[in-house]
Write a protein that binds this ligand. Sequence first.
Ligand code: NAG
Ligand code: NAG
Ligand code: NAG
Ligand code: NAG
Ligand code: NAG
Ligand code: NAG
Ligand code: NAG
Ligand code: NAG
Ligand code: NAG
Length: 445
Amino acid sequence: MKLFTIIIFVYSYWVMEGLNCTIPDSTMLFDNSSDSGKLFSDWAYPKSGDIPLLNRKVFKGQRVTIKEHPYTVSIRRMYAHYCTGAIISKNIVISVAHPLNNVTISELGIVAGETYADRGTIQHTVLLLIIHEDFDPYTLQADLALLTVYEEIEYRISVKPVSLIAPEFILNKTKAFVTGWGRCDITGKELCLPRTSMFNPNEKLDPMLRSVSFDLVVPNVYCEAYKKKDVHIKPGMMCLGQAREENLVAPCLAVPGAPLVVKSKLAGILSWGFGCGYYYDMPLVYTSIQYYQAWLVHNVPIIRKIKRNNFTRLFHSTRAHVLVEWLKKTRIMTPIIHQQKYKNLEATKLDRELTKLKGFVYDIRDYLNGGMFRAAKKAVYNNIKNKRAMITSKIYVEATTTVFPFIGNDTLAEIGFNISDIYSEDETDRKTVQNTSNNTKEKSV
Ligand SMILES: *[C@@H]1O[C@H](CO)[C@@H](O)[C@H](O)[C@H]1NC(C)=O
Ligand SMILES: *[C@@H]1O[C@H](CO)[C@@H](O)[C@H](O)[C@H]1NC(C)=O
Ligand SMILES: *[C@@H]1O[C@H](CO)[C@@H](O)[C@H](O)[C@H]1NC(C)=O
Ligand SMILES: *[C@@H]1O[C@H](CO)[C@@H](O)[C@H](O)[C@H]1NC(C)=O
Ligand SMILES: *[C@@H]1O[C@H](CO)[C@@H](O)[C@H](O)[C@H]1NC(C)=O
Ligand SMILES: *[C@@H]1O[C@H](CO)[C@@H](O)[C@H](O)[C@H]1NC(C)=O
Ligand SMILES: *[C@@H]1O[C@H](CO)[C@@H](O)[C@H](O)[C@H]1NC(C)=O
Ligand SMILES: *[C@@H]1O[C@H](CO)[C@@H](O)[C@H](O)[C@H]1NC(C)=O
Ligand SMILES: CC(=O)N[C@H]1CO[C@H](CO)[C@@H](O)[C@@H]1O
């Protein structure tokens, strides 16, 4: 089946800079001033509070190719690299929640199989963002997110999934790799072709994939330092790796969402830490895959059950939307008017599946519908829940609801639809049910 692809020209979003590999003062890598919190612009990340969010710094990270770590993906926001993730199935990518929590889902995309974070011609459209229900942006507890993509990820030598580590696997004394895209290590002699970050304009981003390996020691004595700073490593968080207190030249890679792989299995996802150039030199903290295994085992099969074709019509409309947004940004061409006239998308069946997911589901439809859909969805399910309690086991009340178009009027107008046309054409198909008790069906159980 033909994959729908969006050809993007990421270069237009990067300010190309000249090669300049001089080695400045090493203190520049290690922010040790109170204003290093400014590294995090409010727009790019949620306000960090007391939690030291990763600063995307990389120190002595080895340059690697994507073929060595083919599960690593670049999560793009408005076509520019935003954070790192890992492929766990053909349509699911895992990452941390904190950078994604408040991002409009239609801004997100996934690029697999690229060594460089500023390349990639195929961007997979993100349809759902599932954030762990216990995620707390102020403590970074349960910093875990799944993203589903519309265009299946095709496996090849540079694109492969990573399987999850078994819950009983003993991490102690194993070798771990953590891989991702971060900032130029301006203390190192490594080649870096700095790019200006669209989200953090003061940063020089390194488009090359880097990896750091280290031996795991559990428990890690250097993690005791967190307690002394009155920061406690909570359940589900793993403090791993070397501290510069232990080894001044210990490599580190403070890249949000970077997968931590042990014996070719995903063991953790980089979440936060006082380290790698952020205030102190402590080890970094990862979200534990073993701890959240039950959550993953619950959600992943449900997401897998939701097939591409359940989203096909939605995709047609969203793709049009994304293209229009992009074209508007480039101002090179006038927007393409989407020709397809589509009818109402069937929401309820899909949403019944989505409500089985644990966690907060951000659905691209909510964006298109100005958030209306989320509220409507909630109301529908409360309604069903109430009815279920009222009826006898012999009677099954079919979910009845007014099915609105997924696309709001403003968006429709924006993408070139004549709203009055759509309404007149679709009127007969609308499953508008004025009186739900009219739709009660009796079924033998
Ligand atoms: C390289 O960077 C140094 C230090 O920031 C600067 O003085 C120099 O002019 C730069 N060279 C070029 C060619 O940009
Ligand atoms: C960082 O700052 C603290 C206190 O301000 C100081 O004690 C420490 O030596 C500094 N570390 C470095 C590497 O400059
Ligand atoms: C997330 O976005 C909403 C609405 O845009 C805003 O009210 C809220 O403060 C944001 N939360 C964070 C943690 O930035
Ligand atoms: C992990 O290995 C270290 C070094 O061999 C050892 O001292 C420590 O007790 C081990 N930890 C556990 C939990 O077995
Ligand atoms: C998804 O699509 C498949 C095939 O068209 C269909 O059988 C299934 O019921 C759909 N699932 C949902 C949740 O809509
Ligand atoms: C969208 O436009 C149609 C036709 O003008 C109108 O009937 C409908 O109420 C509008 N919907 C919203 C949500 O404004
Ligand atoms: C939209 O369609 C209606 C009826 O089909 C027509 O009267 C109206 O002129 C159209 N508006 C635009 C902007 O094309
Ligand atoms: C819905 O229909 C039932 C009978 O089928 C009737 O008793 C009830 O009053 C109706 N409710 C409304 C709001 O029309
Ligand atoms: C079969 C049935 O209950 N029909 C009802 C559907 O709703 C309308 C308006 O509320 C009633 O008039 C019908 O009797």
